[in-house]
Design a protein around this ligand. Structure first.
Ligand SMILES: [Zn+2]
Length: 462
């Protein structure tokens, strides 16, 4: 998925900080491991900075300087005091690994958790600020994070949930949304913790198996430079950073969007009884093909309580008849687990709609405003012409489509099921195929031929 860029400065800066902070954190862990393996500290830091393929420099030092008035999170040195690679080729014992993993875990969580909480509350606050700026018809897209910190928060923008709750008013719906977002983020921080532990352990074990020297193992940790192949090893520092970047940008977008919607939640609740209070939002922004095709789609905000199934976003299904749209929007609506490719179109209209998405929901007053598809903005109506919203077709799946979703042999050893294409592969190349597929999801999904259960789709295929 292509990376999209925010055109609102303050939110793009928040994203920049979070990304670079964790970039620095992951670097520090990998550098500490490389030093432990015997690499000269200077060499280890250089290797972490410079991709031998692309000669990209890291910019996190500049980032920390740039935002020094807004954030003061530090990155300590990661220095484990016992050897994690024995020269004689004997692996560490289970207890020794556990002790090392705990060291990683403590380092990661004491750094990553406070930053994640800070990002959660700031992204939420920025969403609310955006709503205010829009209501006041302010020009806000060029405002910096530092400017907002100074002007709106007297230089003390909240950095924790408890601080925010004690200093500012949050209604229950807003607190609920914010707490949900924070527990999602905390889960991802935890997941990344175990991924890093796993990655370093795999790298070291592979190094021992291949009789590599500790310094060779150390250099493999950072970048994987396979010959003539666009194939990135999932255990390198580079891969960890890329994974975290994907997670943090998507999570931040979703917190920010929840912050935009939260102030309208109580009105959405009232609109269930009094339809004249209905609050509509238009999907705007994003630069990929999907986003461009969906810009201008109209949705109506509903309170989270009326959403009985998050898989169904039809207003009718919730007992709400609306002449303008049938697409419901609620805080936290997302497309996690929904596929979108040539043969399956499942993404629903929400923000973020996909990984690295920067599309945003703009409130619209259908009496006074209209969506201008030339500017991709909500603007005031000049004449009293009626706004005709773009409808999204979520009609029930037809009989033909149901048949099409059954396992079907499509030749060349490939089977299509539910719109996905599967290929049976020998277990010796399964991991490699999986990595290739993760890099390029338009390839057939590999199925390990040693796994009898998974292979059933090939048996069932017509
Ligand atoms: Zn997009």
């Amino acid at each position: 998925m292509e990376k999209e860029k925010y055109d609102i400065k303050y939110i793009s800066e928040l994203q920049e900080y979070w990304n670079d902070y964790n970039y620095a954190l992951i670097n520090e862990i990998y550098v500490g491991v490389a030093i432990n393996l015997g690499m000269d500290p200077k060499d280890a830091y250089n290797l972490a900075k410079v991709n031998p393929n692309q000669l990209q420099k890291s910019f996190f030092k500049n980032t920390f300087n740039k935002f020094k008035n807004v954030f003061n999170h530090k990155v300590k040195k990661f220095r484990y005091d016992r050897p994690i690679f024995k020269g004689d080729g004997t692996p560490l014992t289970l207890n020794q690994w556990e002790r090392f993993n705990k060291y990683i875990s403590d380092f990661w969580t004491t750094h990553a958790n406070p930053v994640a909480e800070d990002m959660t509350i700031k992204a939420h606050e920025l969403g609310k600020q955006t709503t205010r700026f829009r209501q006041e018809k302010k020009d806000y897209d060029k405002m910096s994070l530092e400017h907002i910190n100074e002007k709106q928060y007297k230089g003390d923008m909240p950095s924790g949930l408890i601080q925010a709750y004690s200093e500012y008013d949050f209604d229950n719906a807003e607190k609920k949304a914010l707490n949900n977002q924070y527990s999602n983020v905390a889960m991802y921080v935890n997941q990344t913790d175990s991924t890093i532990q796993d990655a370093i352990r795999q790298q070291i074990i592979t190094g021992i198996d291949n009789n590599k020297s500790p310094v060779e193992v150390a250099s493999d940790l950072f970048w994987n430079v396979e010959k003539n192949e666009n194939f990135v090893n999932k255990y390198t520092a580079q891969a960890m950073r890329r994974d975290w970047n994907r997670i943090s940008s998507t999570e931040m977008a979703s917190i920010y969007e929840a912050g935009i919607l939260a102030p309208y939640e109580s009105q959405a609740m009232e609109s269930i009884k009094d339809p004249t209070k209905a609050q509509y939002f238009v999907f705007t922004g994003g630069s990929c093909q999907w986003c461009q095709a969906h810009q201008g789609s109209l949705t109506r905000l509903v309170p989270m309580d009326v959403v009985t199934s998050t898989a169904n976003d039809s207003l009718k299904s919730m007992g709400i008849k609306d002449e303008h749209t049938d697409t419901a929007l609620w805080i936290g609506k997302n497309n996690v687990g929904y596929k979108e490719n040539k043969s399956v179109q499942e993404w629903r209209v929400t923000t973020p709609a996909h990984v690295h998405n920067v599309a945003t929901m703009q409130p619209i007053d259908l009496d006074k405003e209209y969506y201008n598809d030339k500017t991709d903005k909500v603007e005031r109506k000049l004449k009293k012409d009626k706004f005709i919203p773009t409808q999204v077709d979520y009609s029930q799946k037809s009989k033909e489509e149901k048949e099409w979703r059954e396992p079907t042999n499509i030749g060349g050893g490939l089977v299509r099921k539910d719109g996905n294409i599967y290929e049976a592969v020998d277990s010796s190349i399964y991991n490699k195929k999986m990595d290739e597929w993760r890099e390029n999801p338009s390839l057939p999904i590999p199925v390990n031929s040693a796994n009898k259960n998974d292979m059933l789709i090939f048996k069932d295929a017509k």
